[in-house]
Ligand binder design. Structure first.
Ligand code: F6R
Ligand code: MG
Ligand code: MG
Length: 366
């Protein structure tokens, strides 16, 4: 065991209530009981159970490092226990994200989303955990760029000597399973070429250039690629450390005042605006959306999670919510037409192969 703290957020959709809009309180209660036991047995230092839409989010701190079997198994067993309740209540899509029968040492590749960071806790350690529903991991690319590379968003990049050298972005090519490190500000045009294509190139980690300090980590699992077929959008999480030579809480939240366009929404097959909401409004029900994001702020104290503060519960984000509703109306008017509907290759439900086969004999040379 190292002296460092590990912050692990492991999440899964193990059953929706009603449909895909929310989670039944009994699932939250079950998860709470499981993690409370683990906390008593000192597997965890602390935990917090949260949810965004139909996603159950296990926020855990411990000293076992990343990819720890004990911690991953605890999360897996918790999801299995919640699945049992979901089945008893016939909740919707019970066990949806648990793609395998038995646990094999890590939840990675088994369906749940994972974001973990290990670090030396600073004198004061404010962290923000962003959790989204009805969207995919590429949704973090734009805000992460603004937070760590755009001085019009983050004045600290200009003003604070600790940040002035910039940040490095680790980008994963989720199709080729390769990664690359690119530095801002000197490589921003290269960087943007990749991360603007957020379906394929996803920012996983951001490091401060001056000393390599880890500043942010995102979950990069793509369920559809894991399963080889549609099994739901990935509903990603993002962890960001703030202040004292890293972007301030307000700089980290600022990009979300613009409701940017993401993939997801109904049937994981549409473009829609990402709406920043307080915890109690994270219930996507209009056309199963629009996609939502919540921000839970914590102060860490020897690994204890002091919080959360519901950071989008602020009228300063009202206009972003209004903007998201206006964009939603505009996009919804397109019905099944692109670009509201995703392009053929990107839709996660599609009747096209079936239709092509059925109508193949009626296709004649033009
Ligand atoms: C999107 C999502 C929902 C479902 C939709 C249809 O991520 O989970 O929009 O895709 O409600 O669900 P099924 O096919 O299960 O009826
Ligand atoms: Mg669901
Ligand atoms: Mg979900």
């Amino acid at each position: 065991m190292s002296g460092k703290i590990t912050l692990s957020v492991i999440k899964a959709d193990v059953g929706g209530y009603v449909g895909h809009s929310c989670i039944h309180p009994d699932l939250l209660k079950t998860a709470e009981e499981r993690l409370s036991n683990a906390s008593e047995k000192e597997v965890l230092i602390d935990y917090h159970v949260s949810r965004c839409g139909d996603d159950l989010e296990l926020i855990m701190t411990h000293k076992h490092g990343m990819d720890n079997e004990k911690v991953h198994k605890l999360a897996w067993d918790t999801f299995v226990a919640c699945t049992e309740i979901a089945k008893e209540l016939k909740l919707y899509g019970a066990g949806q994200d648990l793609l395998q029968e038995t646990f094999t040492g890590t939840v990675k590749g088994m369906g749940p989303g994972v974001a973990e960071m290990e670090f030396e806790e600073r004198k004061s350690e404010p962290v923000i955990i962003f959790m989204a529903d009805k969207t995919s991991p590429g949704a973090w690319n734009l805000p992460l760029y603004k937070i760590f590379a755009d001085p019009f968003n983050t004045s600290g990049l200009v003003i604070d000597p600790a940040m002035h050298e910039g940040f490095k972005f680790e980008i994963v090519d989720v199709y080729e399973r390769k990664k690359i490190l690119l530095a801002a500000p000197e490589e921003i045009y290269d960087l943007l070429m990749f991360i603007g294509a957020m379906r394929r190139f996803i920012i996983r980690n951001v490091y401060r250039k001056k000393d390599g300090e880890l500043a942010a980590t995102a979950s990069t699992q793509k369920l559809s690629l894991i399963a080889g077929r549609y099994v739901g959008k990935d509903d990603p999480v993002l962890l960001v450390r703030c202040q004292s030579g890293l972007p301030a809480v307000g700089e980290v939240l600022e990009p979300f005042a613009f409701s940017h366009m993401v993939e997801g929404w109904m049937r994981g097959s549409h473009h829609g605006p990402l709406m920043p909401v307080p915890f109690y409004e994270a219930n996507p029900s209009r056309f199963d959306g629009p996609p939502r994001v919540i921000a839970a702020g914590f102060q860490l104290c020897g690994g204890k999670l002091i919080g959360p503060r519901d950071l989008f519960d602020d009228p300063a984000f009202d206009l972003a919510r209004k903007q998201a509703n206006e964009i939603s109306n505009y996009l919804r008017s397109h019905g099944p037409f692109e670009p509201h509907r995703l392009g053929l290759d990107d839709m996660e439900y599609t009747t096209m192969p079936h239709l092509m086969e059925k109508l193949s004999s009626r296709f004649v040379p033009e």
